[in-house]
Write a protein that binds this ligand. Structure first.
Ligand code: G1P
Length: 301
């Protein structure tokens, strides 16, 4: 059946999410030599937990991590830790006990190893046997959103509206388009575009728009075949864009603007900015931290 002929109601709801976490995190060496980048905290919660909580808030029930060497800490984080629970219980630390216990119950977790690190498209392909015939959300934990509720909800809503695969996008300054997959297409309404294509990290001189994909996607199982037959491009990677362009050649794909504040936590400056944003939002820390920042900046003058 072609995508055009599948009505919105004939597509099942999005229940599964794929989270690729196998990358080496070379931009954060030496910290990432033995510690997964995805476990870096924003204050006291790891990046991956923010992403899992976002997924769960959007109705996701099953989370598939595409993992790799030196990533054991992620599995441990989303599991019970009976010894720690026992200790916290004995010390009467009820709040911390609840915090550590609830993580393992957020969703059903599955782990697949990506044996070679060949890019995000190749990572997503590893989930093929667990996805079956369902649409699925893809989330990269380098891309973090704050404010305005769970960011992936915009994609779920657009999927329910169009019945097509969805790419989450935001505008970036023209001089940063070479860092992202850049989307082009025809506007359907405010914030929704019918895609004509996507180019991975274009030269700012040739980029058709400044709409960047930013780590949230809803795909359909037809994408796997495009990843399976793709040859790794320059840099030895199979990019997500290969699969998205494959889907566009077969039927409609839409891009939706994510209405939240975006933090590129994969870059050092973006990660620092995310820490500041999340710390300022904290009830227990926000005021004190803001006062410190104000004083620190005033001292600069
Ligand atoms: C990856 C993708 C790119 C996307 C970006 C942000 O690039 O290849 O298309 O726009 O993430 O989600 P990376 O930041 O890993 O170089």
């Amino acid at each position: 059946m072609s995508q055009e002929s599948k009505s919105t109601s004939s597509r099942p709801p999005v229940r599964k999410a794929v989270i690729p976490v196998a990358g080496f995190g070379t931009r954060f060496l030496p910290a990432t030599k033995a510690t997964p980048k995805e476990m870096f905290p924003l204050v006291d919660k790891p990046l991956t937990q923010y992403v899992v909580e976002e997924a769960v808030a959007c109705g996701i029930e099953e989370i598939i991590f595409i993992t790799g060497q030196a990533k054991r800490a992620i599995e441990d984080h989303f599991d019970r830790n009976i010894e720690l629970e026992y200790l916290l219980d004995n010390k009467g630390k009820k709040k911390q006990l609840e915090q550590v216990m609830e993580i393992a119950d957020k969703a059903d977790f599955a782990y697949v190893r990506q044996k070679e690190v060949l890019g995000l498209g190749h990572a997503i392909l590893q989930a093929r046997h667990l996805i079956g015939d369902e649409p699925f959300l893809v989330m990269t934990p380098d891309d973090i959103f704050s404010g305005n509720g769970p960011a992936s909800q915009a994609l779920i809503d657009a999927y329910e509206e169009t019945g097509t695969p969805i790419v989450g996008v935001q505008e970036v300054p023209k001089d940063r388009v070479h860092l992202y997959g850049i989307v082009s297409g025809e506007p359907v309404r405010d914030g929704l575009l019918k895609m004509s294509g996507i180019v991975e990290k274009p030269d700012p001189k040739t980029a058709l728009t400044n709409l960047a994909q930013c780590g949230r996607y809803i795909f359909i199982p037809e994408i796997f075949e495009h990843f399976a037959k793709a040859e790794p491009g320059p840099g030895g990677e199979i990019h997500i864009t290969v699969g998205t362009n494959g889907l566009i050649s077969e039927g409609p794909v839409h891009a939706v603007t994510i209405p939240n504040q975006y933090h590129d936590a994969g870059s050092k400056i973006g990660y620092l900015q995310a820490i500041v944003e999340f710390a300022l939002e904290r009830e227990d820390l926000g005021d004190e931290f803001k006062a410190y920042l104000k004083k620190r900046l005033a001292d600069e003058k």
